[in-house]
Design a protein around this ligand. Structure first.
Ligand code: PBG
Length: 329
């Protein structure tokens, strides 16, 4: 193939020719929408750092789900935002079988029985110090102690009817601890979607505002994967697969396309990519300043994430699919 006989521009001359050849954008069924729930009823609090996203009380979440579910949303991932007085050193409230997340799961499954409901399993929103597990005397997260609490938390979510649980604490052995706890209680069908490859990213800022879950001191680099060490990322994923994860996850998404593509080569498990709060806020802020067109930037970035080889895209764009992503011919 050589110029001047071959001219690649022929195949992109018109919109109709391009449409014939382009990969389709991922459909709404490939998206999981992360949702934040707060106690009470009739409450919706906008998240300032994430325009278009709110914290909802369970009843208001049901309302907010109507349109996206009708339009084909693939699923949701539930995050609880407990009141400050429910936080303690161990994050005990996370495992309450009648807590906010189990209540929400029951309400959503009742209203939308077909909608896949996943729950985030972590302790950082429930510990007073904001770390993802209880601390030992040295001030480090007590790995095995965290695993026990994470397993109890996952069990409370499974018992409430979650289709899947998604542990995000990055503790060693958390997948095995959860799988054993679920199986022993008879929840052998509950899917385990592991945040297998979660990096210690600077792009979680807006989420930590939404969840009020920033660590009070220190950071999470002692347990989340190092962004500059991809080989550890492969090991993390392989361990979770061996421990019984059903779905592996890379997080963040658009900054880690090489990791998604590499993992796609290394495993036959389904993959999810978490398009995180900072990736969302970055595009919102650019558009707000008039430096880019939001819909075009969103389409290009979700296309890139899909192209890297993920099956599921966990993204805050999910509830805005019709507004920003769906193509009209
Ligand atoms: C909890 C958790 C975090 C996110 C998902 N689960 C925050 C963190 O680890 O600090 C981030 C999600 C986002 O930024 O959209 N451990």
């Amino acid at each position: 193939m050589q110029f001047p006989e071959y001219r690649p521009r022929r195949l992109r001359r018109t919109a109709a020719i391009r449409r014939l050849l382009d990969d389709p954008l991922p459909g709404p069924e490939r998206f999981i929408w992360p949702v934040f729930v707060i106690p009470g009823s009739g409450r919706e609090i906008l998240i300032e750092a994430m325009p278009g996203q709110s914290r909802f009380s369970p009843d208001r979440l049901l309302k907010a789900l109507e349109a996206p579910v009708k339009n084909g949303l693939g699923g949701i991932l539930v995050f609880g935002v407990p009141e400050v007085e429910h936080k303690d050193a161990n994050g005990t409230a996370a495992a309450n079988p009648d807590g906010l997340v189990p209540q929400t799961i029951r309400a959503v499954k009742k209203e939308f029985p077909q909608l896949p409901v996943f729950s985030d399993v972590c302790l950082c929103a429930y510990t007073a110090h904001g770390h993802c597990g209880p601390l030992n005397a040295a001030g480090d997260v007590d790995n095995d102690g965290a695993n026990r609490l994470l397993a109890e938390t996952a069990l409370a979510h499974a018992a409430a009817g979650a289709d899947g649980v998604a542990p995000s604490a990055m503790m060693d052995g958390q997948v095995l601890a959860i799988r054993e706890e679920l199986d022993a209680a008879g929840f052998t069908d509950t899917i385990l979607m592991s945040y297998s490859t979660k990096f210690a990213s600077a792009f979680y800022g807006p989420f930590r505002e939404a969840e009020a879950s920033a660590p009070q001191s220190g950071d999470r680099r002692g347990y989340q994967a190092s962004p500059a060490n991809p080989r550890q990322a492969w090991i993390e994923s392989a361990l979770d697969e061996a421990e019984g994860a059903d779905i592996l996850m890379v997080k963040p998404a658009s900054l880690y396309l090489d990791i998604i593509a590499g993992l796609r080569q290394r495993t036959d498990l389904p993959l999810a990519a978490y398009n995180v709060s900072g990736e969302y806020a970055m595009l919102c802020a650019t558009a707000e300043r008039g430096w880019g067109e939001l819909s075009a930037m969103v389409r290009e970035s979700v296309n890139a994430i899909a192209r890297a080889g993920t099956d599921i895209i966990i993204s805050y764009w999910a509830n805005r699919y019709d507004e920003l992503i769906r193509e009209t011919v």
